[in-house]
Design a protein around this ligand. Structure first.
Ligand code: A2P
Length: 325
């Protein structure tokens, strides 16, 4: 398997390299790709240095699989060019996610959607962790409506954002990625604002959830907030179901879902946090409790490392499943 990692010098790219190693992906040739600025640099894979190449060299190498995380416009232009040379692209950007004929995949939920496709979209980080935890609820009781508030790590914005946070903390100069200070602050602003006054991140939660769960009827409303955290994204989710449920059965259904860990024992102060989820591949759920203001509704708290299951882990798991097929 010739594997290209496109965006290999970025935060998600680095996680993709580590995930290929961790999951023992059968790489026979690794092709790290980044912008022309990075040609001459190396990345490390299994203790060995690999030279970074540019896009054209990446295409010329004719990889079997390319894991893309180099921004939306790069994916829009280059994913089809990789596909033309016979490569299957798993793309982490938002460029292809809502195209009707591009599958949007969380492998534990809808791997069958990949059949016959050369470009497969990896969902948004906030969406992946939410749908993985809630897919068993949707399957068994149906989901009528979700009210989501996110608490998102700066790592989701990329290296420059992590640098802004630490520069502010240390009193250093750095390019501002966010429009306001992020340290000791919360910005109700992830990605750009749209005409409806929601952010693009908030609308990704709406549209991608419906596409992955295959149910255009699910009501979703979201507020996405950037917080000065690096370990992972957290989400407070209010879930209203179609059928009546028993909360203990909801907890058990979530615990049975592959890749989900229920951490819910408030008597012992046990609940997931982004610090603890950092560097883990699973999605963690806690604070499960009935919503006393609404019949057939409960609240929960969903946490995951956004660079892992929210990005690199999910992409590499898709690639592994493709190999199995
Ligand atoms: P480079 O380091 O050469 O700029 P992050 O989101 O962590 O900032 O990472 C973005 C990744 O996408 C980096 O690897 C970056 O490479 C890559 N990238 C950005 N723009 C392009 C482009 N036009 N062509 C190829 N890679 C790109």
């Amino acid at each position: 398997m010739k594997v290209a990692v496109v965006g290999a010098t970025g935060l998600v790219g680095a996680e993709m390299l580590q995930a290929l190693e961790r999951f023992d992906f059968p790489v026979t040739e690794l092709i790290p790709v980044a912008s022309a600025r990075s040609v001459g640099k190396t990345v490390t894979y299994k203790g060995q240095a690999y030279p970074v190449v540019d896009m054209e060299a990446g295409i010329a190498a004719r990889p079997d699989i390319a894991l893309f995380s180099a921004g939306g416009s790069t994916s829009k232009t280059y994913a089809p060019r990789f596909a033309e040379v016979g490569c299957t692209v798993v793309d982490n950007s938002s460029a292809w996610r809502m195209e009707p004929d591009v599958p949007l995949v969380v492998p534990e939920i809808n791997m069958d959607a990949v059949q016959g496709h050369k470009i497969i979209a990896n969902p948004n980080c906030s969406t992946i962790q939410m749908v993985l935890a809630l897919a068993p609820v949707h399957r068994r009781w149906g989901i009528r409506r979700l009210v989501v508030s996110t608490y998102q790590s700066v790592t989701g914005t990329g290296k420059a954002a992590v640098d802004q946070l630490f520069a502010e903390r240390e009193g250093r100069e750095a390019d501002a990625v966010y429009p306001q200070p992020i340290d000791l602050n919360c910005l109700p602003h992830c990605d750009i604002f749209l005409d409806n006054d929601y952010t693009k991140e908030e609308m990704k939660l709406v549209h991608e959830t419906r596409k992955i769960l295959g149910d255009p009827e699910i009501g979703v409303t979201a507020t996405a907030v950037r917080v000065p955290v690096i370990g992972g994204h957290s989400e407070s989710v209010n879930v209203e179901t179609v059928q009546p449920f028993d909360l203990a059965e909801v907890r058990a259904a979530m615990a049975d879902m592959p890749g989900v860990v229920v951490m819910d024992d408030v008597k012992h102060h046990l609940y997931p946090t982004p610090r603890e989820s950092h560097g883990r591949d699973e999605v963690f759920v806690g604070r499960l409790r009935l919503d006393a203001s609404q019949p057939q509704a409960f609240n929960c708290w969903i946490v995951a490392d956004n660079l892992r299951k929210g990005a690199a882990t999910n992409a590499v798991q898709i690639a592994l499943k493709l190999l199995e097929r």
